[in-house]
Design a protein around this ligand. Structure first.
Ligand SMILES: [Zn+2]
Length: 256
């Protein structure tokens, strides 16, 4: 990455140091984001709907529409109002993967209480060494990150030896996340070609996101998929993007 050297006032430098110490964000990240804002450059922008905190509390009502999400990205993951299945967005197509195993194109009017989307522009691609478990895959992905304090997007594509995924079942009224996911559907696929869409959320963003990696899968024939719980594969292609800018409408649905 290019380096920028410039003079700033002592008070600005103090404020910058305090912000970095308070949030755990790097000074590079804070300055890049402020510059992108001031210059109205939208690059590496992650758009997040709602907060994981709201989801855990059982606020599953829709916050924005799929049509609005499309304006902010062509690549992403999330869920639908009432926790009615898992969302995956790939190359601009948004899909609803439901607990009965069916997959449908998501209509623009459908409501979404939680999602991460971006205009995916990977900074490089590579082939991952074989991995026998989810833990091995996540360790490989962690090794590719150059920072603990930045969001990342990844696309993993190829023929997976195994994928174990879950799909949320539509929640009953007033259920919490723990109750709602206690009756989720789980699927195991063998030797399945497809794509995973994933995001890394840094620890400092706890409360607005779940720290660590979050991956959703869809098979190449668009017939199977869900929130990834386990997987194994060899010869899987990795594409990755640093997301230096984070935006959230921070709107919560009204309590019902
Ligand atoms: Zn998920």
């Amino acid at each position: 990455m290019p380096k920028l050297t410039c003079e700033v006032s002592a008070s600005l430098l103090d404020a910058l140091a305090r912000a970095a110490a308070g949030t755990g964000e790097s000074i590079d990240h804070i300055v890049s984001r402020a510059l992108a804002d001031a210059l109205q450059v939208e690059h590496g922008t992650l758009f997040q709907v709602s907060t994981s905190g709201a989801i855990v509390e059982g606020l599953f009502g829709g916050v924005v529409s799929v049509g609005t999400l499309r304006e902010h990205g062509d690549f992403g993951l999330g869920t639908f109002a009432g926790l009615d299945g898992e969302m995956i967005a790939l190359d601009g197509a948004f899909f609803q993967m439901r607990s009965d195993g069916t997959i449908h194109r998501a209509e623009d009017g459908m409501q979404v209480p939680f999602a991460l989307v971006t205009h995916f522009t990977p900074q490089g691609e590579d082939t991952l060494a074989p991995f026998a478990s989810m833990a091995e895959l996540l360790a490989r992905l962690d090794a590719r990150r150059d920072s603990d304090n930045i969001f990342y997007a990844v696309r993993l594509s190829g023929r997976f030896a195994t994928v174990h995924d879950r799909v949320a079942c539509k929640a009953g009224a007033h259920e919490t996340l723990v109750e709602a996911t206690s009756h989720q559907a789980e699927f195991r696929h063998q030797d399945v070609p497809g794509t995973m869409v994933g995001f890394y959320t840094p620890a400092y963003a706890r409360g607005i996101g779940i720290p660590g990696w979050h991956l959703h899968f869809i098979s190449a024939d668009l017939s199977r998929g869900g929130h990834v719980l386990g997987c194994a594969g060899a010869g899987i292609r990795l594409e990755m993007e640093r997301l230096d800018d984070f935006r959230s409408p921070c709107r919560r649905p009204p309590p019902s």
